[in-house]
Design a protein around this ligand. Sequence first.
Ligand code: NAD
Length: 478
Amino acid sequence: MTRITVAKGDGIGPEIMNATLEIIKAAGAQIEIDEIEVGEKVYLSGNTSGIASESWDIIRRNKIFLKAPITTPQGGGYKSLNVTTRKFLGLYSNVRPCMSLHPFVETKHPKMDIVIIRENEEDLYAGIEHQQTDEVIQCLKLISRPGCEKIVRYAFEYAKVYGRKKVTCFTKDNIMKQTDGLFHQVFDEIALEYPEIENEHWIIDIGAAKMADTPEIFDVIVTLNLYGDVLSDIAAQIAGSVGLAGSANIGEECAMFEAIHGSAPRRAGQNMANPSGLLEGAVMMLNHIGQTEIAEKVQNAWLKTIEDGIHTYDIFKEGISKQKVGTKEFAQAVITNLGNKPSILKEVSFSKDAVLNLPKYVKKPSAKKELVGVDLFVDWKGTDPDEIAEKMKRIILENINLTMITNRGIKVWPEGFKETFCTDHWRCRFKPTNGSLMTKGQIIALLSNAQLSKIDVIKTENLYEFDGKAGYSLGQGQ
Ligand code: NAD
């Protein structure tokens, strides 16, 4: 018996959760349930996180969380409970299988069968944003080596255990050479440990286009958080419907399972919603807690029901479907099919041995870190790069020179183009003249000089080398 936490959520949430629980219990799932309240009611009671602290205690104690979609109220101040849960509980891996159910659910991609494994904690989802000048706001993209190693290893282990042949990595490392570059580099390193699995890397733009056009050439896709978010909704939709896909959020200790879609408030309370997405999440949960026989039974009964043409409105199609049913009737049809297997769709067979080998991350020894310069970011309302260069030269120190100015990343001094559009946000790079190291004291002296010269420094970034390798990007055009 496994004790799990259940939240019925908002909108269509309670209906699809009741249907899901009814099916898995009828299949013999050995679960005990603690129900908690999350979402709209909690938000509107004045709790901006959408969840009470006692509920966190239950989630942390049970470690397994089955969650229906929730409604995040419109307007500022309400934190996304999904993002908070993933990060609080260290659920670093988001797994979204997207498989076509051709010829029973209409799709342009009858052979599609991909699993998107999305990094779930880092990237722009750190949500660290600052307005720095009238014109410019920044959002920090944070990528860590542990984060990359954990998700890439997860993808290869998943492929190995579930008999997948290929893992494809999507990044934009032709532009983001440091952050996406690290993800790609870690992918190449870890791929070497799995010679039996094919590996490849695509630049995300053409890769995404290819996935939307010819998804059958992909198998497992591993990518960063934001790309994975966008890509997995596209993948679910082109496979048939967002209403069919489930997702698992896996961490070292806890895991959360859900549908990928939202609370569809317009369909709430009408016995219309398709419970399949949440049911698919629950099947992943049953596999995760080792109840593989039950998971298999539920999945095959679900496939058989889809094959029988018993469809909810979202996938119902004259000529393909046989019977349009509501949420409850769909659940009853799946229950009636428990023990049956599909005959045209591929039946599943899950193994108890399908356990991913995911050792705890061990920290690496530190590299030799040397300070080799500093970027001062300045709010300046002028437009002529030569003018700001003259101002900045006034603050230089003995042996510390101004080497470059960029605006939104593109070099504008020395030798910029007059055509380049400049905002009020300037990056001024200072480096020692003779290639020697810089000190923190010199940075403070530069800042003091800037203050005396009434230069509005809005932030600084130190330039480091790690074991002699530059840990910062060049200016574009440098
Ligand atoms: P949505 O996914 O709720 O709905 C998009 C469309 O898909 C709608 O036309 C809806 O009717 C349809 N649809 C979705 N699930 C369906 C199902 N199971 N059966 C049949 N049709 C289904 O997206 P939205 O309308 O943008 O968002 C509604 C609310 O859900 C918002 O408050 C949003 O914040 C929230 N949301 C929550 C989650 C989550 O809790 N994981 C995820 C996404 C959105």
